[in-house]
Ligand binder design. Sequence first.
Ligand code: G4P
Length: 528
Amino acid sequence: MSLEQEINKRKTFGIIAHPDAGKTTLTEKLLLFGGAIQEAGAVKSNKIKKGATSDFMEIERQRGISVATSVLAFEYKGKKINILDTPGHKDFAEDTYRTLTAVDSAIVVIDVAKGVEEQTIKLVEVCRMRNIPMLVFINKMDREGKDAFDLMDEVETKLGLSVTPLSWPIGIGATFKGIYNIWEKNINIFTGDNKQKISETTQIEDLTSPDLDKLIGENYAENLRNELDLVNGVYPEFDQQEYMKGNLQPVFFGSALNNFGVRELLNAFVDIAPTPQSKETDVRIVEPYENKFSGFVFKIHANMDPKHRDRLAFVKIVSGKFERNTNYLHVRQGKSMKFASPNAFFADKKEVVDESYAGDIVGLHDTGNFRIGDTLTSGEKFNFKGIPAFSPEHFRYINNADPMKAKQLEKGIDQLMDEGVAQLFTLEMNNRKVIGTVGALQYEVIQYRLEHEYGAKATYEPFSVHKACWIEVEDENTEEFREFKRVKQRYLARDKYNQLVFLADSAFTIQMTQEKFPSVKLHFVSEF
Ligand code: G4P
């Protein structure tokens, strides 16, 4: 197969959902279709179970699971499909944002009864910012829930999407009869007992045909005809180009648990979802079909065995072909590296591979060279863009509680930050270290891991910060900027990349600062 054919086979996506909407269940059914797993229950849920053990032990448990589910790959209809895992828990939102930099499209799962939920809103916003093509799957149609038209409205208003249905439900909950597949023009009848099997569909080319009445009964047939008339009148026709640009999102209905409506989703996905896309760097745009390999690190996983400090860096291949035992340039460090045992991912295992292609993810064993966002190339010097850090929600000073272990603490903090567990800010004034996190749980994790993996002891001290604001100024030599630095010196810090950050203690402070120092631009993300 040519390089282009290999790359065109690949479809890499992530599922985004509020916890409990059915992400794990849907993932599992997709793998069943691909023949990648034999039975249900094979995919472990990575969500944090409520009330289970202590919070940080629970996170350790989930960390173990998330190594296994980081990338799940399967073949279907001649395509290689890579599903990238996205933690649903809000304390891990930043992990999910970063993973979304490595997908070429996304599937949004919504619970028919709960509708659009908080976590979905945030994640869809990140996808919208990047114009990532999205499909929507309305799940749990076997349960009572919202009216299909109302839900479509909710998706449009709350998620800011522009939708068009490619399948349409017939009834809901106790009266759920099945779905009409607008994309393939057939009907799939729901029996509720086909959890493991793939159900049969009946072709209905002509909706006025009496066959429809025989199949689902006159009342349902009449209703379906009316609703589809309305659908035709209200929603735009599906347009591939608009979907690819992120301007139009097709919607599907089904029940993941019953493996119902999943095939319709998957078949349409295979037809319409994008193959690997080009990506911007600080120098030029890189196309997937370029002969030379390039890729970037979007996730780093620490080894679960604390005695071995090696890690697995997940690299999304953006262009060309990655080969084992070949020298590549680690652009930030300016050094050449080769990898003897790169891992590729399959449904439930990882294996050493000789080559992987644009669109794929490879796992590289690392002893501390990589940091999230790092670029690897075949020699050319450029850095991929688009892995910004977002302002953390919580901030605390971190102190060394064991003076004999200062080095260990420093190394531990350094490596945990490389992994993206949290963000480190070093105050300009006195070099004190401040840790910023998305969720309060991360503080326990950091403390625990510093002790168990690095033999260091840390304590925290409160530090009242509302938001970290990355600073942009056109000219650093203005009187205004000098004055800003003088007035705010206690709140100025450097992030890990040595960018200047203003740790503002309230929304009011931010507003006042902007009014007083208009030439100093404040950003809540690190890339602007
Ligand atoms: P998540 O990964 O998005 O957090 O959701 P997950 O798939 O774990 O599903 C959350 C719950 O919703 C699970 O029940 C699952 O069985 C159920 N579920 C998923 N899809 C459907 C569906 O189509 N219909 C119905 N009725 N339920 C669905 P649970 O009781 O929390 O877990 P479990 O004990 O059944 O595993």
